[in-house]
Write a protein that binds this ligand. Structure first.
Ligand code: GDP
Length: 300
């Protein structure tokens, strides 16, 4: 994953300069914190997140845990690691399954974020764990969206529910509701609802997504965000949080050369955990997200 390359290098440099020191003076701490701040801002992390992060690190680094440590520099790295885990969401958060199947997972996000691809990835991953997912084409905005979902469904070996001509075509709310009913009778234990997205946040489509949410009462609403989106990540995430009140975040295109800001901002700003990471176009390029592993990767 190239995503955190530069940020990772910058932090490593900062910490290696620290390592030669015995005790750390307040000036050393300030210099380190300033460098961390600059590295995070250059990585496109949102300003409020950077401010919170650096003030917490500064406060802890000036406190007793570092003062009394045998190796103060190592202790500062440890603090940065712990705080990175915290802004990435803390503990890993797994999917919530419904007590009475089917479990309904709704996907939301801008067009091109990677929702349809994610639907296929999730279906394949769930199938490997013995689930019987049903993919639902509730993205009726783009003419080829239904076909695209049928293609990933086939690749994943999962059934796809798509509107039939004359049977409510054009009404994604109806399609989503019918799909849940269909899943119940055909014993699909997980329903994955793909929804429409536009290039920018769009009031009408947000309303549509919100209506789908109300109609099918999903167990999870996953907001899919392209890690390459940079500084726009926070505003986009907040708009979707308001519009569909998502329960978790999926970062897509983490294989690209984005600077990592989206990843480090979204969980912190919305208070919703990052649950999965997408790392390529193939259906296997996908993994549950572990905040601790990601933090270690950044500080490697
Ligand atoms: P949607 O409009 O949100 O449904 O987005 P799509 O699933 O159609 O994805 C848009 C484009 O991004 C497609 O060309 C996908 O192959 C590609 N894509 C999706 N996820 C990833 C990813 O994790 N990494 C890369 N490199 N490409 C991805």
């Amino acid at each position: 994953m190239a995503t955190f390359g530069t940020l990772s290098d910058r932090l490593t440099q900062t910490f290696s300069a620290l390592r030669t020191k015995g005790k750390l003076s307040p000036a050393d701490v300030d210099k380190t914190v300033r460098e961390i701040r600059r590295a995070l801002l250059d990585a496109d992390v949102a300003l409020p997140v950077v401010k919170d992060f650096t003030s917490t690190v500064r406060e802890r680094a000036l406190g007793d845990e570092v003062n009394k440590a045998l190796n103060p520099a190592q202790q500062v790295v440890q603090i940065v690691n712990e705080e990175l885990v915290a802004i990435l969401g803390g503990e890993q958060r797994r999917l919530e399954f419904a007590k009475n199947p089917p479990t309904v997972i709704m996907l939301a996000g801008l067009q091109g974020a990677g929702k349809t691809t994610l639907a296929g990835k999730l279906a394949k991953w769930l199938k490997a764990q013995g689930h019987t997912p049903l993919l639902v084409a509730a993205d009726l905005q783009r003419p080829n969206a239904v076909t695209q979902l049928q293609v990933v469904g086939e690749q994943a070996g999962a059934a796809v529910f798509a509107p039939e001509p004359g049977n409510g075509i054009g009404d994604p709310v109806r399609v989503a509701k019918d799909a849940v009913q269909f899943a119940r009778t055909r014993l699909h234990d997980v329903v994955i609802v793909d929804t429409a997205g536009r290039l920018g946040v769009d009031a009408e489509l947000m309303k549509q997504a919100s209506n789908i949410r109300k109609a099918v009462d999903p167990d999870e609403v996953l907001f899919v965000i392209d890690a390459m989106i940079g500084q726009d990540a926070v505003a986009t995430a907040q708009a979707f949080q308001e519009g569909v009140d998502f329960t978790g975040v999926v970062l897509s295109k983490l294989d690209g050369d984005a600077r990592g800001g989206a990843a480090l901002s979204v969980a912190s700003v919305t208070g919703r955990p990052i649950m999965f990471a997408s790392t390529g176009e193939g259906l296997d390029d996908f993994e549950p997200f572990h905040p601790d592993r990601m933090a270690s990767r950044i500080l490697d």
